[in-house]
Ligand binder design. Structure first.
Ligand code: NAP
Length: 384
């Protein structure tokens, strides 16, 4: 029986994780979970999975949860300390890191320091502090198991092979809802338009990131840290059907690909059970005949400047990816709150990156300082 702690249990990845767990009651148990404010869903999850410990955003949410749970026995904690307690829950062997944004950094890092393997969905953590996180994982002998479907695909292709035999990786991208939108129509994009992802059902932040292609940019940086590659070894290709989840080109010219229907249950199950595989018989099988054509295009860096900016941040290294991420988080929140236009997201990120004096990102303090500087600089731009 593997005991699991889930950071972000009420989110899209969290819900998928609990669904997979519920299908294999003899193999997994939920020991602890952290969520933000979705108290009704969390109360249902607590009743269903009976964790010993839960954490919520603040004491007001904790009171609401307690009231909903009545006499149900569970320890309820709050805030960052609560999320860290969940991340370091003594009984857990594996922590699913599925909070959204840089918020997940400290809990995830503390889980690693406590020797927990990480099922990694919260990509911003690796973007912001890739060096700190991967070094901690090495020191503490912890496995970083990718949940992001692309990195999970790459992990499946690369696992057990010599790194020197990998020539490059090719991350696939659906292209998002604006793949074919003419450049002159981007100015009129609304929040509702941007939230309509063609192939994946996900949380709001990642859905907007998919529409700007920042999500792919963040994944490029995530791949750099998960697989120890340099920017020129990481390519992106648009594949609108989302059937090939990514590819690895080996030095002999062979290209390995992982294919599956676009359903996060598959990479989640792989990460939960690694190195075993779980029978996912409830999912419809992949039929390539039904898919018809699998098509591929080069990404358009002109219409999607966020992807270019992410490559620039990766090449600059140090604290620049943390700056890119913080600016993006603030701008996406601003866009969702209808405080700025879609096209202003990349424009403001570029301005903030231009103002940032990058430096090495060797410690948590280095990246946290950059994170708060870049958020303040972005807020100032939005207010102007
Ligand atoms: N969704 C996908 O299919 C997918 C695929 C690949 C990678 N990812 C990555 O996985 C991460 C999660 O994505 P998602 O789509 O699942 O996001 P989401 O649906 O927005 O869920 C985010 C989770 O974080 C929780 N949270 C927010 N504030 C919190 C706080 N202060 N303390 C504790 N928890 C807090 C939320 O709780 P409440 O809702 O209760 O407030 C929710 O459980 C992101 O980094 C994303 O890039 C997602």
């Amino acid at each position: 029986m593997k005991t699991i702690a889930v950071l972000g249990s009420t989110g899209s990845v969290g819900v998928t994780t609990l669904d997979v767990v519920s299908r294999f009651p003899g193999q997994f148990r939920i020991g602890a979970m952290a969520a933000g404010r979705n108290v009704e869903l969390l109360a249902n999850q607590v009743r269903r999975f009976s964790p010993e410990l839960v954490s919520v955003a603040d004491s007001e949410v904790a009171r609401a949860l307690k009231a909903l749970l009545g006499g149900h026995k569970v320890e309820i904690l709050t805030g960052l300390d609560g999320a860290i307690a969940v991340a370091t829950y003594a009984g857990a062997k594996l922590v699913v890191s599925a909070m959204v944004g840089a918020l997940g950094l400290r809990p995830t890092l503390r889980a690693i320091e406590a020797g927990k393997d990480i099922a990694f969905a919260n990509k911003e953590v690796l973007v912001v502090a890739g060096e700190v996180v991967t070094r901690a994982a090495q020191i503490h002998g912890v496995r970083l198991l990718p949940v992001d479907s692309e990195h999970n695909a790459l992990f499946q292709c690369i696992e057990g092979r010599k790194r020197a035999e990998v020539k490059r990786i090719i991350l696939t991208a659906s292209g998002g809802p604006f793949r074919t939108l003419p450049l002159d129509r981007f100015a009129g994009v609304t929040v509702a338009d941007a939230l309509k992802h063609p192939t994946w059902q996900m949380g709001a932040k990642i859905t907007i990131d998919s529409a700007t292609l920042m999500n792919k940019g963040l994944e490029v940086i995530e791949a750099r840290w998960l697989f120890g590659l340099d920017a020129p070894q990481i390519s992106v290709i648009i594949h609108p059907q989302s059937i090939i989840h990514s590819m690895v080109e080996m030095i002999d010219g062979s290209v390995l690909a992982e294919m599956a229907i676009p359903d996060m249950a598959i990479p989640v199950a792989y990460a939960l059970a690694f190195p075993e595989r779980l029978p996912m018989d409830h999912l419809r099988p992949l039929s390539l005949v039904e898919c018809g054509n699998l098509t591929f295009e080069e990404p358009d860096f002109g219409r999607f400047p966020c992807l270019r900016l992410a490559y620039e941040a990766l090449r600059a290294g140090g604290t620049m990816p943390a700056c890119l991420n913080a600016a993006n988080e603030e701008l996406v929140a601003g866009f969702l709150a209808k405080k700025l236009r879609f096209v202003e997201i990349p424009r403001h990120i570029e301005t903030v990156m231009g103002r940032h004096h990058g430096r090495p990102a060797r410690s948590l303090e280095d990246v946290l300082e950059t994170d708060s500087w870049a958020r303040a600089a972005t807020q100032e731009l939005m207010a102007a």
